[in-house]
Design a protein around this ligand. Structure first.
Ligand SMILES: Nc1nc2c(ncn2[C@@H]2O[C@H](COP(=O)(O)OP(=O)(O)O)[C@@H](O)[C@H]2O)c(=O)[nH]1
Ligand SMILES: [Mg+2]
Length: 294
């Protein structure tokens, strides 16, 4: 048996547990996770290496009908995940009916490559509901192998992984065997800060925010970072900062703690807030933040 390698792309509705699953496979917190939809904005690679295999997972944004430019770019990441996949992981959760986007759904049911339909969050269901759901999905997506899992509790995650390695095509590795992801350090800093903003601010605030890390210096015993939190309007800036800077301070402290764990090193994080008018609808700004390859 030779070497196996391939792209395994995780797609599905928002909030079904795609990022939780990829992190479980990789064993690192590469993708941020919150209970809010549209937490993931990019396509993020997570690479799992063995002596005779390499699985290149892609976590993608949840499928939505785009309402503004940023969301269109997010759906372009999903499209690209269909194009290079060797295996598709279509994730649904218990109780969910079907994909909101018909075109994407048709791509799944007409897929020429193996599709594993992962029925997630079974920790929240009972045997009877589970059986009904398996029945339902086997009718909707007859070409898929259905595997009930709990990404959060790690239930059946190893079984899914073994099945993936079974199905992988023979191929040399695509990335160096010590590589974990395709994203640079700054990306994980930006994402960790954005996660804290998703957790602590309400309504539209998190969706109007983008982070840019302007400085990243790694010294022997400390990493020094300066990042800017960009918002769309002046009023949002005040909300992010909070009374006497308390809200911003909380974001900084929590992000720093997570980042110190992630990098295994002490980290100094300087944060400030800037208005960048309507960046979500501006092609040039989106390109600058890595959303648009058009
Ligand atoms: N009960 C339960 N919750 C889960 C499971 N997997 C993910 N979640 C939760 O579902 C929410 C969305 O997870 P996330 O991975 O961000 O979903 P994504 O939007 O598809 O990437 C988070 O609050 C997770 O903790 C699971 O297996 N069981
Ligand atoms: Mg996600």
């Amino acid at each position: 048996m030779g070497h196996k390698a391939g792209f395994v792309n995780i797609i599905g509705n928002p909030n079904v547990g795609k990022s939780t699953l990829m992190n479980a496979f990789v064993g690192e917190r590469l993708s941020i996770i919150t209970s809010k939809a549209q937490t993931t904005r990019h396509r993020i690679l997570g690479i799992v290496n063995g002596d005779d295999f390499q699985v290149v997972f892609s976590d993608t944004p949840g499928i939505i009908k785009p309402a503004y430019e940023l969301q269109e770019s997010m759906m372009d990441f999903v499209k690209s995940a269909f194009e290079d996949a060797d295996i598709l992981l279509y994730m649904v959760e218990i109780g969910e009916q079907e994909l909101k986007d018909e075109a994407f759904f048709n791509k799944i049911i007409n897929s020429k490559i193996p599709v594993l339909l992962l029925l997630n969050k079974i920790d929240k269901s009972d045997q009877e509901q589970l059986e009904t759901q398996v029945q339902l999905w086997s009718q909707k997506v007859p070409n898929a192998e259905i595997i009930p899992i709990s990404a959060l509790e790690g239930f059946q995650v190893k079984e899914v992984f073994d099945r993936i390695v079974d199905l992988l095509p023979e191929s040399p590795a695509f990335y160096p065997k010590d590589q974990l992801t395709d994203k640079p350090e700054r990306f994980f800093i930006n994402e960790t800060i954005r996660e804290k903003i998703l957790l602590h601010y309400k309504k539209e605030i998190p969706y109007a925010v983008e982070i840019e890390t302007e400085e990243f210096f790694e010294e022997d015993d400390i990493i020094r970072v300066r990042s800017v939190i960009m918002v769309e309007r002046e009023t949002q800036k005040g909300i992010i900062i909070g009374h006497k800077g308390s809200a911003l301070k909380r974001v900084g402290v929590e992000a720093r703690k997570d980042l110190e764990k992630f990098f295994g090193k002490q980290l100094h994080l300087e944060l400030y807030v800037k208005v960048n008018k309507n960046w979500r609808s501006n092609q040039n700004q989106l390109r600058r933040f890595g959303y648009n390859n058009k």
